[in-house]
Design a protein around this ligand. Structure first.
Ligand SMILES: CC(C)(COP(=O)(O)OP(=O)(O)OC[C@H]1O[C@@H](n2cnc3c(N)ncnc32)[C@H](O)[C@@H]1OP(=O)(O)O)[C@@H](O)C(=O)NCCC(=O)NCCS
Length: 196
């Protein structure tokens, strides 16, 4: 019986997952409302420590209601925020948000890519990108993932290029942080590998 097999498979997955958490190993999983406070803390840190890497500012994010992140992670179609956890602690995130309008439903945005500096350089960023791409491939009708990256952010640029994204445009002076302008590259990954 397929249903029974699925259940046993799920139980085995859950057991492996709990063992990994208990051992303090890296676990990637979609975040839910219960992860809201941890996500809020990590996001505020990312925006404060890397102001030129993100379009939201730390002050704007700090001004949102405490339950903003909990509400944001209520399950909804076309959205997933994947967390990289070490033990119970959130070490990184990457989100995928599908465009809601009919003519743009073939596209989703990769956003919120962050790995805490104490965990950087261990390929967690790459695993998060791969998880997001894997998730995108499960969504019927989704054909491409778009993202923007600050042009001077060599580390993030390299990560996306290595994962197969290509640059299709540059927005000059896209953001202005403490009086300094930064350009943003627009990148895309076509999931069908055929380009456009
Ligand atoms: C960018 C970021 C997500 C990378 O995460 P990470 O877990 O450290 O990245 P990884 O260890 O998976 O490295 C991925 C790739 O990045 C590149 N990279 C890593 N360190 C680098 C460095 N010092 N300089 C240039 N490229 C580097 C490499 O191509 C690496 O691939 P490799 O392991 O095959 O060499 C992380 O540094 C971060 O959160 N930075 C601050 C916030 C940010 O910039 N977010 C992106 C917004 S678009």
């Amino acid at each position: 019986m397929a249903g029974c097999g699925d259940r046993l498979g799920n139980e085995a997955l859950l057991r492996d997952h709990l063992t990994a958490v208990a051992n303090g190993e890296l676990v990637l999983r979609p975040l839910g409302p219960a992860d809201g406070p941890g996500y809020r803390e990590l996001r505020l840190r990312a925006l404060a420590e890397f102001p030129d890497a993100f379009t939201s500012s730390a002050a704007e994010a700090a001004a949102t209601a405490d339950d903003w992140s909990v509400r944001r992670m209520l399950p909804r179609d076309g959205h997933v925020l994947i967390g990289a956890l070490i033990g119970e602690r959130l070490a990184g995130t990457a989100g995928l948000d599908r465009q809601p309008r009919e003519k743009e439903r073939h596209k989703a945005l990769l956003y919120g890519m962050f790995v805490a500096p104490e965990h950087a350089g261990r390929r967690i960023g790459r695993k998060l990108v791969d998880a997001v791409v894997g998730q995108a491939r499960q969504w019927p009708g989704l054909e491409q993932i778009d993202l923007t990256v600050t042009r001077s952010n060599e580390r993030a640029r390299r990560l996306y290029l290595d994962a197969g994204f290509v640059t299709f445009g540059v927005e000059h002076r896209a953001i202005k942080v403490a009086g300094v302008y930064y350009d943003k590259e627009h990148m895309v990954l076509f999931l069908d590998h055929h380009g456009h």
